[in-house]
Design a protein around this ligand. Structure first.
Ligand SMILES: N[C@@H](CCC(=O)N[C@@H](CS)C(=O)NCC(=O)O)C(=O)O
Length: 330
């Protein structure tokens, strides 16, 4: 992580634990908002008005939080408005790196090698992890925001007429979407990380119970009503859930020891996953090779870096889906 703008290498994700050995996720540091007229958003400063070509998104295709922003960019038809760069899938000794791994990019915008250099361009004395996603302002040469939940929301409502009219967070559903997310995030989206990064048996078992308790509940919910979490319209809640489900059998079941059941063992959740993969734009954001390589490069969990060959995922062939999730033509 960065400490006062200097990169320190002696940090591993698994070190961020509480007194009981439970994984603790860092709070994001840049919280400005793009708005149609440049007014300040719910947090941060004013002056980030929506403009085509002004903003750039840095993502890792392995990362579920970054993938939420990439999916929203697609659904809101912002591909020509917000440009994208993809880092290499494996975390290096200096964190996320730009490079030539298939499906990754060099940083042609700022010309840096590591994502932490983007953070220190924005704040030369920054302290914190250099996480993806990062939303960059080419005009002010700074980070607008590095919290995926905010970026998803500003892609949904901050770009006015530059974006499609599809609403991912419609007013009548907002309270229900927030209430459901407040339960799915800790138990499942972050629950798989709490399971995988637990350093005590007790913390692992508690997180494991949360993960499968929520999957069981969602299986019933989607079996009874659908096709999406809130009926006929795809919402932000589906985007948030999807990115975890699509990684489940590939990474969380094995590496994170979430192995009571596979997602493939849940018929309604599996059907839901296939349905979302068919929504135009979404499938191209999923790169199974980046997901596998990224997760299985976490040295604390997999010291020798062996990447498993399975599972067999009908419809998600790693080769045909390689890295074309960003709206580029490669
Ligand atoms: N709160 C952040 C979390 C993002 C996050 O944890 N990203 C991970 C990848 S999935 C990361 O970049 N980790 C780099 C590191 O820990 O050094 C968000 O949702 O945007």
């Amino acid at each position: 992580m960065l400490v006062d703008g200097k990169w320190t290498e002696d940090w591993q994700p698994v070190q961020a634990t509480d007194a009981k050995g439970g994984f603790v996720r860092q709070v994001s540091g840049f919280r400005n908002w793009i708005t149609p007229d440049g007014a300040a958003g719910p947090s941060g400063e004013s002056g980030f008005e929506a403009e085509a070509g002004r903003y750039h998104l840095y993502v890792a295709l392995v990362c579920p939080w970054a993938s939420r922003t990439l999916i929203t960019r697609k659904l809101k038809q912002l591909e020509t408005v917000v440009s994208v760069s993809v880092v290499e899938p494996a975390l290096s000794d200096q964190g996320w790196r730009f490079g030539d791994y298939p499906g990754s990019d060099r940083d042609t915008l700022n010309g840096v090698t590591y994502l932490h250099e983007i953070y220190t361009r924005a704040d030369p004395v920054h302290t914190g992890r250099a996480t993806v996603p990062v939303l960059w302002d080419k005009r002010r040469m700074t980070i607008v925001n590095n919290e995926s939940a905010d970026i998803v929301r500003m892609f949904d409502i901050g770009f006015g007429a530059l974006a499609s009219r599809m609403e991912l967070y419609p007013a009548p559903l907002q309270a229900d979407i927030d209430a459901l997310d407040a339960r799915i995030y800790p138990s499942l989206n972050n629950g798989v990380y709490r399971t995988g990064f637990a350093t005590t048996q007790g913390a692992y078992e508690a997180a494991f119970a949360d993960v499968f308790g929520m999957l069981d509940e969602l299986e019933v919910r989607l079996g009874e009503r659908g096709p999406y979490l809130f009926g006929d319209a795809l919402t932000e809640a589906d985007v948030r859930l999807f990115v975890t489900l699509v990684r489940f059998d590939v990474a969380y079941h094995g590496l994170f020891k979430c192995n009571l059941r596979r997602l493939a063992d849940y018929p309604a959740l599996s059907a839901y996953l296939s349905r979302i993969l068919l929504v135009p734009g979404i499938r191209e954001t999923v790169d199974i090779d980046h997901i596998k390589r990224g997760y299985y490069s976490i040295k604390a969990l997999n010291p020798n870096g062996i990447v498993p060959l399975g599972p067999d995922l009908p419809g998600l062939d790693p080769v045909t889906l390689h890295g074309n999730g960003t709206g580029r033509s490669s």
